[in-house]
Design a protein around this ligand. Structure first.
Ligand code: XMP
Length: 305
């Protein structure tokens, strides 16, 4: 990207031209990509764009409230509470690709419902360059690429950021005055905390992951990681009070990266690691053990599933 202002002007012109007088819909996840795409398209066509935020129950702590505040200026914004439906879909599912698939499908169903309600002709998406590359290589299925609601006969899809890398998206977000909370936010996967819970995704495990992730984000802010989060790996024996417990094992992951395609595990101070384990195992009852993931990408991926 040569110049941010020029990119924004061109993208807005492209969106206006594609949409004409039609109504468009966009999935607003709260991540940098979809937020930036939504803000860009909303600047271009106003309430002709209907941003839809689906609360899957797999979001980070406080995320839905933040979205409500940050995007309050978009009168057409829809917030759908679908957490019960997502957990029902994930009940008993342990295969990583199957989880992603079911989440993607449920997303699509939620969209279809709103798209039909508002009679949307176009779909705007926050797809960026690395999403397209990884999907082409089938490293992992990204639900925001290729997962189109086919019950809705869209006239077209608009992907204004299809050639941008993540750091360029952040530049665009800053230029659009998107609040720091969004523009500087760590990338967050479409399937949410589900890809950070190994095995079956239950409301209880997701809650552990959510609470632990909030602690990790807070404690590691000074390291300025590309992504830092907690994952729930399985269970292991521990001792809490006078009792032996079979609690959750929480992994802390903190990586540096430019575009998410490769990454390096961050070197953390021992005191930081100890503070993390004491806060996570100390304040979350169900956690008996905390480990730090030292694996780079490759061979690991950033997320766990
Ligand atoms: P992995 O785990 O493949 O992740 O090393 C690379 C980057 O992509 C994010 N990620 C996703 N983003 N939908 C998304 O929008 C997805 O399904 C998805 N899976 C992974 C991940 O957080 C990291 O930044």
């Amino acid at each position: 990207m040569v110049d941010v202002t020029e990119f924004i002007d061109d993208a807005k012109a492209e969106i206006r031209e594609e949409l004409g007088d039609s109504t468009a819909i966009i999935a607003l996840s709260g991540g940098v990509d979809s937020s930036t795409a939504a803000a860009l398209a909303y600047e271009a066509v106003g309430d002709q764009l209907v941003p839809v935020y689906v609360d899957t129950g797999l979001m980070r702590k406080g995320e839905t409230e933040e979205i409500r505040e940050v995007f309050d200026y978009m009168e057409s914004l829809r917030i759908v509470d679908a957490s019960d439906r997502f957990f029902a879909e994930l009940d008993g599912v342990t295969d990583p690709e199957e989880k992603r698939h079911r989440i993607g499908e449920q997303f699509i169903r939620e969209f279809e419902t709103v798209a039909e309600e508002v009679d949307a002709d176009y779909l705007v998406q926050g797809t960026i360059y690395p999403d397209r590359i990884e999907s082409e290589g089938t490293i992992k299925s990204h639900h925001n690429v290729g997962g189109l609601p086919d019950a809705v006969d869209f006239e077209g899809i608009v992907e204004p950021m299809r050639d941008l890398y993540k750091d360029e998206v952040r530049e665009v977000a800053r230029a659009l005055d998107l609040e720091e909370i969004i523009s500087e936010r760590m990338p967050f996967p479409g399937p949410g905390l589900a890809v950070r819970v190994i095995g079956e995704v239950t409301p209880e495990k997701v809650e552990v992951c959510r609470e632990a992730t909030a602690i990790v984000e807070e404690e590691l802010e000074e390291y300025d990681p590309w992504q830092a989060f907690a994952a729930v790996l399985g269970r292991a024996t521990g001792v809490k009070g006078d009792n032996r417990v079979h609690g959750h094992v929480v992994a802390v992951r903190s990586v540096e990266s430019r575009d998410g395609m490769t990454a390096r595990a961050q070197e953390l101070e021992w005191e930081t690691l100890q503070r993390l384990q004491s806060r996570i195992a100390g304040t979350i009852d169900e956690v008996s053990r905390v480990v730090y993931d030292v694996t780079h990408k490759p061979p690991a991926t950033i997320e766990y599933e």
